[in-house]
Design a protein around this ligand. Structure first.
Ligand SMILES: [Zn+2]
Ligand SMILES: [Zn+2]
Length: 230
């Protein structure tokens, strides 16, 4: 049966579509192309740094934001661009298996253990969008991280209350303001140290919107972990 299935549906690399000898997602060449963001990294945007005493890149040295730290696991370069696109927009939720192995590889190597954090949560999705997509990809990643760090995973802490309007025509500042106002948080989070998980870190506007909402409920320290950093 297996052989017959292979003839009609051979496993192909998700990135370069070369034929694979087994049911992995990537060929060895594409797997080796994934660029992990190894420390030292800028504390607020995860950009790789040369040895830097402040732990901040030039761009972030005067930045004011509600989160305290960002850890990006990989650079948003091939094959991550393709994989994340499939994960978000093409129903490839099973790619979480591959991403879980990247998470494990990365944190074993860096030795980061998330000691002192109270719980893990994810950037939420608007209920309308969630119904259309069927899953929240950031919540799948948060689940994998909660397993790895052995920390509680909490759903229903942050809510996206507004749908993202088509932002292309808005100016950069308006776009950031828009995103900032999309989120609210629930419950008393006084003195809580929270890990917020997102699939991507681009401008940081989503991380800021979620963190601002958590701060309003008393959160003390917010670490944002993202699978990829653009
Ligand atoms: Zn490949
Ligand atoms: Zn930075």
């Amino acid at each position: 049966m297996q052989a017959a299935a292979d003839i009609f549906f051979p496993s192909l690399c998700f990135s370069c579509e070369s034929k694979l000898p087994d049911n992995r997602y990537l060929c060895i060449k594409c797997r080796n192309q994934i660029q992990f963001l190894n420390p030292p990294l800028c504390r607020l945007c995860s950009r790789p740094l040369k040895i830097n005493r402040t732990g901040l890149c030039k761009k972030c040295s005067n930045k004011r934001c509600s989160y305290n730290r960002v850890i990006g696991i990989t650079a948003y370069t091939p094959p991550m661009q393709t994989l994340i696109h499939l994960f978000k927009y093409k129903n490839c939720d099973y790619l979480i298996n591959l991403f879980s192995s990247l998470i494990t590889t990365y944190f074993l190597k860096t030795g980061f253990k998330a000691a002192g954090y109270d719980f893990i949560t994810a950037v939420p999705m608007h209920p309308v969008k969630l119904k259309m997509r069927g899953y929240n990809q950031s919540m799948l990643l948060a689940h994998a991280l909660a397993n790895y760090f052995k920390k509680p995973l909490k759903n229903g802490i942050i809510y996206q209350t507004k749908l993202r309007a088509s932002q292309t025509r808005l100016k950069k500042e308006e776009r950031a303001k828009n995103t900032n106002e999309m989120f609210t948080a629930e419950g008393d989070l006084t003195a809580k140290r929270i890990i917020v998980v997102d699939d991507m870190f681009t401008t940081g506007a989503t991380a800021q919107g979620c963190s601002r909402a958590l701060r309003e409920k008393g959160a003390e320290y917010i670490l944002v972990i993202t699978l990829s950093k653009a």
